[in-house]
Design a protein around this ligand. Structure first.
Ligand code: ACO
Length: 413
């Protein structure tokens, strides 16, 4: 028997991808498959081949991620990870994680790696920390009133039956929003097609996806993609639901106009949100937060591949000068003491022999990196140790790391 962990040849993509789908037990339409094929970066794929057959898959996407301060930092997006049921729990995933991170480090271009997890328990052992959360909600729009910002009445809404026909304008709105929120991804051309895939099996009984454009003076200033799921009670009372896929807007008025539209769709007294930013402003526009049925879930998991370059790539909300004692059990090159000196304009992060102020693992650094989780909260959870409390480094760093805007990943990958 021969086994070989290596890059996928173009002619092997079909069988490699088939193995991935079978690990998830999820069929795909030819259209979905074509988009996946188009987005696959073949030179960044890995397959474990056993006697010529793929038994495990993994890939990387080349993203640029917005970080606090607005820089777009090259980020390796870990994706398409699977191991055949016959080969699980013998270290295959571990070997692929090893290869990926070694490759990313050797290339030297991406200080960060990121992923969304099928199961959140898997990736912390490889140094990935939960860096963004997402808000889910089921809003009773028959009872919850919405007060929208000034200017919403001047926004023209245009309904588009086929969202694919307005992909370009939506994508240009999206591209303008990306630098404004940590965690958002600048993506290569082609990704926009994935945003309007609408296979029947994922509709949950809803009508096809629609798009509504927000326009002002002939310019598109926002969009929402959604589907309406019809429903009636046994007494003929409307019980439909609006399922929001995504929504982006360039200003408050366009944002307000789009949310008002979603709240007001007839026959659908429920609005379901499936992965919004935790600081989404609609929460401050509603009359009754209790009837909004909210909860949060995990979003993006982040791992500094190069601690020094990663910490120097973002800015900090307040001046900070601290020494981190970092433990990295999976990428030992990061282990050691790092002095971070930064402020709202920029930062330097270098190795130092000075004693540590704060001791943590690389996973905690990934968790606080985008500014959505407080170092103080992690310290209270016993995951960050302040070595010399009299110096006040924990408070200083906790304030400096936080982001004014909650980090958010708008879509999986
Ligand atoms: C980024 C993405 O693409 S997410 C998609 C991940 N893929 C899937 O969920 C598809 C279905 N599942 C699978 O294909 C496999 O079970 C995988 C990829 C999750 C795990 O692959 P395996 O080869 O079995 O993992 P491996 O044997 O290398 O285990 C490494 C470690 O992870 C742990 N682990 C593996 N799977 C899981 C899990 N589902 N939950 C919790 N821990 C897990 C193992 O116990 C082991 O722990 P250790 O460090 O204490 O020894």
């Amino acid at each position: 028997m021969t086994t070989d962990l290596r890059q996928v040849h173009p002619s092997e993509w079909d069988s490699w991808y088939g193995k991935l789908l079978s690990a998830f037990a999820e069929p795909e339409t030819p259209e979905e498959r074509a988009v996946s094929r188009d987005l696959t970066e073949l030179d960044r794929t890995l397959g474990l081949w056993e006697d010529g057959d793929p038994v495990a898959t993994a890939g990387l996407f080349s993203f640029r991620m917005t970080v606090p301060g607005g820089a777009a930092v090259p980020t390796a997006g870990v994706t398409m990870v699977s191991v055949a049921p016959t080969h699980r729990r013998r270290g295959v995933l571990r070997s692929m994680m090893r290869r990926q991170l070694d490759d990313v480090r050797a290339a030297g271009a991406e200080p960060l790696a990121a992923l969304t997890a099928s199961e959140p328990a898997i990736y912390s052992r490889f140094g990935y920390g939960l860096a963004t959360r997402e808000l889910l909600a089921d809003i009773d729009t028959s009872r919850v009133a919405l007060t929208v910002p000034e200017g919403a009445d001047a926004v023209r809404l245009r309904l588009v039956e086929d969202p694919a026909s307005v992909l370009d304008v939506c994508e240009s709105v999206y591209a303008r929003v990306v630098p404004t929120r940590p965690g958002m991804l600048a993506r290569r051309p082609g990704w926009e097609h994935r945003m309007v895939l609408d296979p029947e099996r994922k509709r949950e009984g809803a009508a096809p996806l629609r798009c509504v454009l927000a326009e002002r003076d002939g310019e598109t200033v926002g969009y929402a993609r959604y589907a309406v799921k019809p429903g009636w009670s046994d007494r003929e009372v409307p019980r439909g639901a609006v399922l929001l896929r995504d929504l982006e807007a360039l200003d408050e008025a366009a944002y307000g106009a789009l949310w008002r539209f979603l709240f007001d769709i007839d026959l659908a007294p429920s609005l379901r949100l499936d992965g919004r930013p935790v600081d989404d402003p609609w929460q401050h526009m509603v009359s009754d937060i209790r009837r909004c049925g909210m909860f949060t879930n995990d979003g993006l998991f982040l791992r500094p591949v190069d601690v020094g370059a990663a910490l120097a790539a973002r800015t900090y909300a307040a001046p900070v000068d601290v020494v981190f004692g970092v433990e990295d059990g999976f990428c030992a090159w990061n282990t050691g003491r790092w002095r971070l000196s930064g402020d709202p304009k920029g930062a330097v992060c270098e190795r130092t022999r000075d004693p540590a102020d704060l001791t943590l693992s690389v996973r905690e650094l990934g968790e606080v990196y985008l500014g959505g989780t407080s170092l103080s909260a992690l310290a209270r959870a016993g995951r960050v140790r302040e070595e010399r409390p009299e110096r006040g480094a924990l408070r200083e760093a906790a304030v400096a790391f936080l982001s004014e805007t909650a980090p958010w990943l708008p879509h999986g990958f």
